[in-house]
Unconditional design. Structure first.
Lengths: 419, 880
């Protein structure tokens, strides 16, 4: 299927064959942590969900037959686990979409940001938020601890610049950082003058300003220090345009996955999320123009032709994922493991059934991370004590070395199926 | 039905400062009431909840005592005490206790106390726009959100400043400085872009790829329904380019004829524009006449700006998405071709029942494939295919209704794509630039720079220019006069940078960046209060301006503050009148109404397809509420108007469809009404005392209190209590599962909720919330009336007992009850307004002042604008 996708014309190297020159980053020379602990986390979420009948395999256990949507993953079936019957018990409706990584309450501290707050600070970029072909206003998937929705990068060239900045860009960044930092003393001088004149309660309130300034200053220093380190470079070349419009989503997705693999390989970040929006764009797949736009197809009204084409798009997404997982599998970390073993990949959505705007039974897949994979795990949500999606998240976090035993409304783990 | 009003409204003249340092003796009659009603539980060391009321005297100098007795008044007024299982207190008892406690509590509750707060997101954005002369400035995506407190995003307790904020401020400051003092840009490089048909975007039903061309069919004003564009082309430099387009006509014997040349419009489209943009959002570059069926190439020169690509639209297409025009056209077509009519009938009514149209699966080409399959079926059943059948009438109705036409029209596009007439685009080449040009953005930058820095006069040094810039800019940025010491600190930033060898522009760039991260800019009302606890003149100007305009004070306010005139009552009122929003689109309306009535949530609610409630309907619903509010404000109408008016603002079509009746204006108007008449947003008369009209019957509010799919009485009940009656409920306990409607229809929501709230701990709150919520169960998630609970045959039981004991049977009776108790609502709105204005929730003493103003307003027969002015002139508003 992939050959026929519109990005057949890409005139650049696939990331698998790309050379990157790695600076000596501490992530690689670091002390030997507990063995076999994955370091990275990647989450991918679709806005319109995944058509359940085509996503969930029919059989449970190890001997399941791959479902149509997951067919592109046939080559690495021992590297992932499919889950059905999991969700966050969140209310229905579109507004609840962001519960994918947030749990029961949309807009609360998301899984990826919990992970980034815990392990992301050790790398140059604590977390990267991406979106493929969004072409539209903000639609956050990741939320900070304070509930701030994080912006997503939709231009591959912007991500590329962050990862592999040119000499001139670095010089400009350095100038802006250094000059900004040098002027802070005068701003603070005046701020102190202001604070001294305040009654004591307000003086204490203004402490938040000074604390924030100090945090920003520290960050600037870190950024400046990072600029002194040798930069990561790559031979990977981008197309001369940015595929930002919705119709180029699959193309953008492929490139962003390539760059994500490079970002993880070069140790510049440990946490990446990618949001796959769904608007009215009409795709051509396998040389065939689909019968309706992506969003229109999601409201399929059980029409078989509409469902066929919806599944075709979702399969194309999984195809991109398969390529990404393949790249990670080929890449080696310094301690000789594959980057796939070193990375937990979570594929899912906050939308259980877009046709009905239901947020129950969220299609979920976990790959990599050195887990015991190869099964379709079926949960019966009606069963008393049935695990929640959050229980799976607790297992993922613990695997990454984060000491926690709860996520949103969940306080158990699913260790027994993955470890 | 009129019940006793809550006590707070009965008490008059209670505000009397009774400052006593000596503990005040509790008089015998009061002690007797307390002993009879309260002391069974609230006495001694084992008092319930640690609340001890067995006191012979109260030490009003002790804030803890003030707080304790304030809570006593509140639970008595709210009738939460004595508890339901105890003997209720008499009205006389309640009045006596409150009359005793009220004055000393007020006397010991100082007005004011808003801590310094940073600007909210909206305030910050408006301030940057105005201060930096960047009218198009928008916050970067992902700028930290504000934390909502008590329903508003601008309360001091929610406006904490975190490192994330400061980082965002620093980034905006940098972006603003880059905009006004941009670094020199490298010269434009000459380039050539080529896009074939496979590089052209296919959006919704706008275009189809056929062989070596993309075909366009509709002239819809929505670009996603009519246009295509090369999405892999993006200009890097603004300049004049040569654009070469290859296009042809597509006609076929099966399609309609087309007379004359096809007009192909070429627009400039920013690549990052949303697909939902209308064509009118783009810049028309050129119109090409396409006259041949074989590909012909046209080249022209046009200016493209950085970030642009081109966009193609067939301006004189036969096909339109304007549903009135389209329906007329379809009717003719149906009359001429019974097979075509029958094919649509079978596609739209697969069950054969005209009462059950199914348009969901008809989206896009799939819809056309279904129609076309029927059309080519030799055995097509034509028995209903005449113009007078029920099916035909219903089908034409569907083409006439805005909710379904778009989907049907999208399907129809493919008729044109397949059979023509269609316009074919084979490719486009863009080459250049032949010369560089200033984009509108470049011009705006230069103007902003002039406004901030001024023009350098002869003989002025860099330092002189910076000093004069600071003299005019700093007081505006900091919203008050600036001391020499402060000005000097900032001047040093620029001069030091120049001394280090940087250019003038670099120094100014840094200076501007630094000003925009100063706490004097980021926080408002940061000066200490005056001796009386009031804001000083400049902070008063700031509070007034952000309240009414969301932006910083203008020159007039600053001038009045400078001359210490703003504090005078008549000046303050006059200025408030001047700044009060006049139009529904003014920022304060959007912001306050959006937050108070939660209409800001509407864009995020996507009503289920079964409600046929599209984006246009959502926008109209929101506009209804905002315009309604604005009208009551500007016309100074009485407060009851909010609840039971005889007018609304909507379109006839919306009222017919969503509210289920034809407004008198429509009956009186000249018949027949055109589609334009039906869709026109206007003031409409409605009968008072009915299901609709007033905030509580408006679609926007009924939508905002549901989720687009189903309704939950608890959510609506809690919402009405908090936002209409001013009686907020405590937050729900954690670990309570959400109520999911019983889709099998075995139980009504009432049964489900009854089971859910059996526990006594739940019942305390639910006894207040649920009856109010059930009163609105007759409205579905988009505000349409319904008689039965969805999925059941059970008629909706909307009756309930309200907090004051009144019994209502339905929403109409609820509204009548509220009109009779209008001060409840007025006080609620007034508190919300002052909460929004002052950034704090009014305290006990302030609430008493508000109640007094509300009562006086009603007794004097005054209106809403008068009330707002009274609130602005109040102690509460003026206090820090």
């Amino acid at each position: 299927m992939l050959s026929a996708l519109q990005y057949g014309r890409r005139q650049f190297l696939r990331a698998g064959a790309t050379v990157i020159a790695l600076p000596a980053l501490e992530a690689f020379g670091g002390r030997a942590a507990a063995p076999h602990r994955p370091r990275n986390f990647v989450a991918i979420g679709t806005y319109l969900g995944w058509h359940q009948n085509a996503f969930f395999p029919r059989q449970a256990g190890r001997d399941y037959e791959l479902s149509p949507t997951l067919a592109p993953l046939a080559g690495i079936r021992e590297q992932f686990t499919v889950f059905s019957g999991l969700d966050h018990r969140a209310p229905n409706g579109h507004a609840a979409w962001s519960n994918f990584l947030c749990g029961m309450n949309p807009g609360s501290w998301s899984l990826d940001q919990m992970i980034a707050d815990s392990i992301g600070q050790q790398t140059r970029i604590p977390s990267i938020e991406l979106t493929a072909g969004s072409g539209e206003g903000p639609q956050a998937m990741s939320f900070t601890r304070q509930g701030v929705g994080l912006p997503q990068i939709d231009r591959p060239s912007v991500l590329y610049k962050r990862l592999f900045a040119s000499e001139a860009d670095r010089a400009r960044t350095e100038y802006l950082l250094a000059s900004g930092e040098s002027s802070l003393d005068m701003v603070l001088d005046d701020a102190n003058r202001l604070q001294r004149a305040l009654p004591s309660r307000d003086r204490a309130k203004l402490d938040e300003y000074f604390e924030s300034i100090r945090a920003v200053e520290k960050r600037m220093e870190r950024q400046l220090a990072a600029l002194d380190e040798p930069a990561a470079t790559t031979t990977y070349t981008l197309p001369d345009y940015d595929p930002v419009t919705p119709n180029l989503q699959i193309e953008a997705e492929g490139i962003l996955y390539d760059l994500s693999a490079l970002a993880l390989e070069s140790g510049q970040t440990r946490v990446i999320t990618m949001f796959l929006h769904g608007l009215g764009q009409v795709f051509s797949l396998d040389g065939r123009q689909l019968v309706a736009g992506y969003h229109g197809l999601s409201h399929h009204g059980n029409d078989p032709v509409m469902i066929r084409d919806l599944v075709a798009i979702e399969t194309a997404h999984v195809h991109c994922l398969a390529q990404f997982l393949g790249q990670l599998e080929q890449k080696q970390t310094v301690d000789g493991r594959s980057l796939l073993d070193d990375t937990i990949i979570l594929l899912g959505t906050g939308m259980g059934d877009a046709s009905r705007h239901s947020n129950a039974n969220l299609p979920t897949l976990v790959a990599g991370g050195g887990f015991k994979h190869g099964s379709h795990v079926v949960v019966d949500p009606k069963h008393a004590g049935a695990p929640l999606l959050g229980d799976l998240y607790v297992t993922l976090m613990q695997r990454l070395g984060i000491e926690t035993d709860r996520f949103s409304n969940a306080s158990k783990t699913m260790n027994e199926v993955l470890l | 039905m009129r019940q006793s009003l809550p006590l707070m409204l009965v008490l008059t003249g209670a505000i009397a400062a009774a400052r006593a340092d000596e503990p005040a003796v509790v008089p015998q009659p009061i002690r007797a009431i307390l002993a009879g009603r309260c002391l069974d539980c609230h006495a001694g060391d084992t008092a319930e909840a640690g609340v001890r009321l067995d006191r012979e005297a109260i030490d009003w100098g002790d804030p803890a005592q003030v707080d304790l007795w304030r809570r006593v008044v509140e639970v008595i007024e709210d009738r939460r005490m004595p508890p339901p299982d105890a003997e209720p207190a008499t009205q006389a008892d309640r009045v006596a206790i409150v009359a005793f406690l009220d004055p000393p509590i007020i006397g010991h509750t100082p007005f004011g106390g808003t801590p310094p707060r940073r600007l909210s997101r909206d305030e910050y954005a408006a301030t940057i726009r105005r201060l930096c002369h960047l009218p198009a400035f928008a916050l970067p995506v992902g700028f930290p959100l504000d934390t909502e407190r008590h329903g508003f995003d601008n309360l001091a307790e929610g406006l904490m400043l975190s490192p994330a904020h400061l980082e965002a401020y620093a980034l905006v400051a940098r972006d603003v400085a880059e905009e006004i003092f941009p670094p020199p840009r490298p010269a434009a490089t000459h380039a050539r872009w080529e896009a074939g048909p496979r590089d052209l975007a296919l959006s919704f039903s706008a275009a189809t790829l056929h062989g070596d061309a993309v075909r366009l069919a509709s002239r819809s004003i929505d670009s996603m329904r009519s246009c295509t564009w090369p999405s892999r082309i993006e200009m890097k430099d603004s300049g004049t380019y040569t654009i070469t387009v290859t296009a042809s006509q597509f006609l076929s014997p099966e399609g309609h004829r087309f007379e004359g040349p096809m007009k192909l419009e070429v627009y400039a489209r920013p690549v990052s524009a949303t697909d939902r943009s209308r064509v009118s959002a783009f810049r028309l570059l050129h119109t090409i006449e396409v006259s041949l069926e074989s590909p012909a190439t046209t080249a022209f020169e046009a200016d493209l700006y950085e970030g642009d690509t081109v966009l193609f639209r067939w301006a004189n297409a036969e096909m339109t998405h304007e549903f009135n025009e389209l329906a007329d056209q379809m009717e003719v077509w149906f009359r001429d071709d019974p097979r075509f009519l029958a094919a649509w009938q079978h596609a739209v009514f697969p069950s054969g029942d005209p009462a059950r149209p199914e348009t969901t699966r008809l989206r896009g080409r799939n819809g056309w494939d279904i129609v076309s399959e029927h059309w080519s079926d030799p055995a097509l059943d034509l028995s209903d295919a005449t113009m007078d059948t029920k099916k035909t009438k219903k089908l034409v109705d569907l083409w006439r209704s805005m909710a379904s036409t778009t989907a049907l029209a999208d399907a129809l596009c493919y008729f044109y794509h397949e059979r023509g007439p269609a316009l074919e685009i084979h490719g486009v080449v863009i080459e250049g630039p032949s010369k560089s040009i200033e984009s509108p953005r470049d011009r705006a930058r230069a103007a902003a720079r002039r406004a901030i820095v001024g023009n350098r006069k002869d003989g002025q040094t860099d330092r002189d220019v910076a000093r004069s810039m600071l003299r005019s800019f700093l007081p505006k940025a900091f919203r008050r006069p600036v001391s020499d010491a402060t000005a000097k600190s900032f001047l040093t930033i620029a001069t030091r940078h120049w001394d280090e060898g940087h250019s003038f522009d670099e120094g100014m760039h840094l200076l501007l960046r630094s000003i925009l991260v100063s706490p004097r800019f980021l926080y408002r009302c940061i000066e200490p209060a005056d001796a009386a606890g009031n804001l000083d003149q400049f902070d008063l100007a700031t509070r007034l301006s952000y309240f009414l305009t969301q932006g910083p004070p203008d020159g007039t306010l600053v001038d009045l503050a400078t001359r210490s005139r703003l504090g005078e009552s008549w000046v303050l009122r006059r200025e408030a009148e001047r700044l009060l929003p006049k139009r529904p689109v003014d920022p304060m309306i959007r912001s306050f109404v959006g937050q108070w009535l939660d209409t800001k949530l509407l864009p995020g609610i996507m009503p289920d397809a079964k409600f046929h409630f599209d984006d246009e309907a959502t926008a109209l619903a929101r506009q209804e509420t905002e315009t309604f509010f604005t009208d009551i404000l500007t016309k100074n109408l009485p407060m009851q108007t909010f609840i039971d008016p005889d007018f609304t603002f909507s379109s006839i079509a919306f009222v017919q469809r969503n509210y289920g009746f034809t407004p008198p204006d429509a009956k009186e108007a000249k018949q027949p009404l055109s589609q334009e008449d039906l869709r026109k947003f206007q003031r409409l008369t409605i009968p008072p005392g009915g299901r609709y009209g007033g905030l509580l019957g408006q679609a926007a509010i009924l939508m905002a209190t549901a989720n687009g799919v189903d309704t939950q009485p608890v959510i609506r009940g809690a919402w009405v209590l908090e936002n209409i009656l001013g009686m907020p409920s405590p937050p729900p306990p954690k670990n309570v599962p959400a109520l999911t409607p019983d889709t099998k229809g075995a139980k009504t929501p009432r049964d489900l909720l009854a089971a859910h709230t059996q526990e006594a701990s739940c019942a305390v709150c639910h006894a207040r919330i649920d009856p109010v919520g059930f009163a609105f169960e007759n409205y579905d998630p988009v505000g349409r009336w319904r008689a039965k609970w969805p999925g059941t045959d059970a008629p909706i039981d909307a009756s309930g007992t309200l907090p004051d004991g009144a019994v209502v049977k339905n929403p109409i009776e609820f509204k009548a009850w509220l009109v009779a108790n209008i001060d409840l609502f007025s006080t609620c709105v007034a508190e919300k307004l002052l909460t929004y204005a002052t950034g704090r929730v009014p305290n006990y003493a302030e609430r008493r002042e508000i109640e007094k103003l509300v009562r006086a307003n009603r007794e004097a027969g005054k209106g809403f604008r008068d009330l707002v002015l009274d609130l602005i002139d109040s102690r509460t508003f003026r206090a820090l």
